[in-house]
Design a protein around this ligand. Structure first.
Ligand code: MG
Ligand code: MG
Length: 264
């Protein structure tokens, strides 16, 4: 069931989203060579609790941390550990969520550790572009297929694969609500968007195959061919008459976004 939020409820989600943006900015700064992913998780939890919010990932279906840390060929759901020490040249996806006053926010980004290759830099840039190309179709009256098609064509135009096994989602009181928001699809197909829907769009883009496999720990998901993967996610609100509000990216203005801009 899709839940539509009123203005007041969207206001609550906006406050949660802005806090999550602050947390992710601090995590991004902290992701440096020599730091362990466990240390990033501890920082995430303390930053969230300092803001009187609750880490939504901790204990979710048994997940043991407040942050997902997914290096290099890992797509999502990496468990932070003392044994994973960040090294120059790695890329690391940071996926985090929090609950403020009963309302959820969910956002992810991929960061380069120190200096990274041009190939890795391009993958991160194209993944972010895929998000924005998809998100600008999140207007009432459009369909989920419009979003998916835009993401897929942006990725494939750059020779990249769109991971199919994982999707974005509705979000609100629950982290994962209906509908599933696919990162591929066909224009005009699928669920029609309406005003007051709040969704997380989260392309997971691989420099090689889109096929993935699960790690032995039952959580981490990796690309089947070991190719690099990047992830970018925001929680957004759908309106009838304007482009969506990116609730986990305060200060963003669509007027500053150039769809034709080169990615690198
Ligand atoms: Mg997420
Ligand atoms: Mg999500």
């Amino acid at each position: 069931m899709i839940t539509v939020k009123n203005e007041e409820q969207i206001g609550c989600m906006r406050r949660a989203g802005h806090l999550l943006w602050e947390v992710l900015q601090k995590l991004k700064e902290a992701a440096q060579p020599g730091v362990t992913t466990k240390e990033l998780d501890q920082l995430a939890e303390s930053l969230i609790r300092q803001r009187n919010a609750i880490p939504s990932f901790l204990g979710y279906e048994g997940f043991p941390a407040s942050l997902c840390t997914s290096p290099d060929d890992m797509v999502v759901h990496g468990i932070p550990s003392d044994g994973t020490i960040l090294r120059e040249g790695m890329i690391l996806s940071l996926d985090c969520g929090l609950i403020l006053d009963g309302w959820q926010a969910d956002s992810a980004l991929t960061v380069g550790i120190g200096n990274i290759s041009d190939e890795a830099r391009k993958l991160i840039a194209v993944t972010e572009r895929c998000f924005f190309e998809g998100a600008r179709h999140a207007v009432a009256g459009n369909t989920l297929g419009d979003i998916g098609q835009a993401i897929q064509s942006c990725a494939e135009a750059n020779g990249y694969g769109v991971v199919r096994d994982l999707t974005g989602h509705g979000i609100g009181r629950e982290m994962h609500e209906d509908p599933a928001v696919y990162n591929f699809g066909r224009t005009g197909k699928g669920q029609r968007l309406c005003a007051g829907m709040t969704i997380a769009i989260e392309p997971m883009i691989s420099s090689g195959t889109w096929r993935v496999e699960e790690d032995d720990d039952g959580w981490g998901i990796r690309t089947l061919d070991g190719s690099l993967c990047s992830h970018y996610e925001h929680t957004l609100a759908v309106y009838p008459d304007r482009l969506p509000e990116l609730m986990t990216l305060p200060g963003f203005n669509w007027a500053d976004y150039d769809s034709e801009e080169e990615t690198v």
